[in-house]
Design a protein around this ligand. Sequence first.
Ligand SMILES: Nc1nc2c(ncn2[C@@H]2O[C@H](COP(=O)(O)OP(=O)(O)OP(=O)(O)O)[C@@H](O)[C@H]2O)c(=O)[nH]1
Ligand SMILES: [Mg+2]
Length: 203
Amino acid sequence: MTNRASSQTNTLIALILAGGQSSRMGEDKASMLWDGIPLLQRVCNAATCCDSIYILTPWRDRYRPILNSQCTFLDESNPGQGALMAFAQGLEQIAQNSDWILLLACDLPQLDSKGLQRWIEQLNDVPPDTLAAVPFHNEFWEPLCGFYRPGVRENLQAFIEGGGRSFQKWLSNLPAQPLTVSEEQRSMLLNCNSPQDLPQMPD
Ligand SMILES: Nc1nc2c(ncn2[C@@H]2O[C@H](COP(=O)(O)OP(=O)(O)OP(=O)(O)O)[C@@H](O)[C@H]2O)c(=O)[nH]1
Ligand SMILES: [Mg+2]
């Protein structure tokens, strides 16, 4: 699955969240076509730069036909709680012996392996006590295209138990390293939330 440079020794797991309500879009975003390919499939294709891919969703039957067999589905026992809670549920289930987890939303139509690779190369230089490396742009973390150490789990649990639900707040208090977002990488972070975010078809 991986096409990462052989000089890299970090193991990297992709965790894709695909259990949101798509309330702004008005229909299931993960299945929507962008340039003829369902959004979730596009994200999975970009994530092939990782060693393995997991998808957290309550709707595995819906998505199985559009994904290849390299993607593993995780159970979501408590769906509909939002992305931060979903991340915590995913973390509980994936191998703790990987070096990094790349957390991804399902609504990033322009994500690509090459752009991700530039951030992946920087992971080797992240100090061991830094628990996350996340794109930071315009004073805003991009948590759903970010890298986390499996050991972040305890910190996240404590934040949630204290009533926290905001990724921005959590990351601001975490030993987290901001990743620079280049002009090229900026388009990868395009987040497709509402019909206005879809490409306009000519009349
Ligand atoms: N598995 C899982 N994923 C979630 C959950 N809530 C949000 N997500 C995912 O988190 C990512 C970012 O969420 P949003 O962009 O707000 O998507 P959404 O929640 O479907 O959309 P809105 O209802 O319009 O906010 C998307 O990939 C969602 O599918 C959840 O409860 N479970
Ligand atoms: Mg979104």
